[in-house]
Design a protein around this ligand. Structure first.
Ligand SMILES: *Cc1c(COP(=O)(O)O)cnc(C)c1O
Length: 294
């Protein structure tokens, strides 16, 4: 039943704290998102307590694989797929659920560098009513060709628009724009994947007094805002890289360059605060951490 692409997954990290204990970040959000992905892909919804228990079971046998060097982690990948020897088209009656893991080094060992982004206009990753809001393999399959195009253009990542020219997200990270007055603007749409990193970063920014707007954002708004100086920068966020400033957005016939330091300083300071919480270096005031090794 691989042919019909019933597959969903999650991505999260286990962090080792200074006292040796092992924690993960907002796992109930991942569990709930996996249930939403399951619903969309006609797979069974795994109860949250089984999801959390599966992470604890993995740590029970693989705790030694959680590294302790700064900014390293054990990447956790829960996933579910249809597994039935059957050719007809219908939701599978048998599915498998696994969690696999891999130690992950610091994403930016030499310090966080801004990324350059290629804006794909020939391809999209999702459409209205499609599967863009589900964490499913097919969305990644469709982003690989435009991602290869991004590399050809000298960019590290690709950004996608929706049918109406509104900004969606990157292949595997959400986008946030930074305005001169400190307002943060992020696309809201039912065809993007709601990142837990983005939600957390925006919560930390709200705590600091930033205004946060979740609404549709057109490419034109970004272009004209960057030209007038109203938009001073942008960043991308997701579990793997956490937060990365966007240096340039390159399109077929235009380029936005964010050279100023203001937005990347904000992005990096929010990144620092988030990782300080994840690694237990500051108080977890929102109750975001769950212990996995006890
Ligand atoms: C997983 C993912 C993200 C980031 O989500 P996090 O919960 O922050 O890791 C963003 N976009 C896509 C398409 C994703 O698959």
């Amino acid at each position: 039943m691989l042919h019909y692409a019933q597959e969903i997954f999650e991505g999260m990290k286990a962090y080792r704290h200074a006292d040796g204990s092992i924690w993960t970040f907002r796992p109930y959000e991942n569990a709930a998102r996996m249930q939403r992905s399951a619903r969309r892909m006609a797979l069974p919804e795994l109860p949250s307590d089984i999801f959390i228990e599966s992470l604890k079971q993995l740590i029970a046998v693989d705790a030694d694989w959680v590294p302790s060097a700064p900014e390293t982690s054990l990447y956790l990948r829960p996933f579910m797929f249809a597994k039935e020897a059957f050719l007809g088209v219908r939701p599978a009656k048998k599915v498998n659920y696994y969690v696999i893991a891999s130690p992950a080094g610091a994403y930016f060992p030499g310090g966080v560098e801004p990324v350059n982004i290629w804006l794909s206009t020939q391809y999209s990753r999702a459409g209205k009513g499609g599967t863009g809001a589900a964490k499913t393999g097919g969305n990644y399959a469709s982003s690989l060709l435009p991602q290869a195009e991004a590399y050809e253009k000298g960019c590290q990542q690709v950004a996608f628009l929706d049918d109406e020219g509104n900004l969606e997200e990157l292949g595997g990270m959400n986008i946030v724009l930074v305005k001169r007055d400190g307002t943060l603007v992020t696309p809201e749409s039912d065809s993007i994947l709601e990142g837990i990193t983005r939600d957390s970063i925006l919560q930390l920014a709200t705590d600091r007094g930033h205004v946060v707007e979740r609404r549709s954002v057109s490419l034109d708004e970004w272009r004209s805002g960057a030209a007038s100086g109203d938009i001073v920068g942008a960043f991308a966020c997701g579990t793997a890289a956490v937060v990365v400033p966007i240096g340039r957005l390159l399109g077929t016939d235009f380029e936005i360059v964010h050279a100023g330091a203001e937005a990347s300083e904000l992005a990096l300071s929010l990144r620092q605060e988030l990782t300080d919480i994840q690694y237990g270096r500051v108080e977890d005031r929102h109750g975001w951490l769950t212990r996995l090794d006890a």
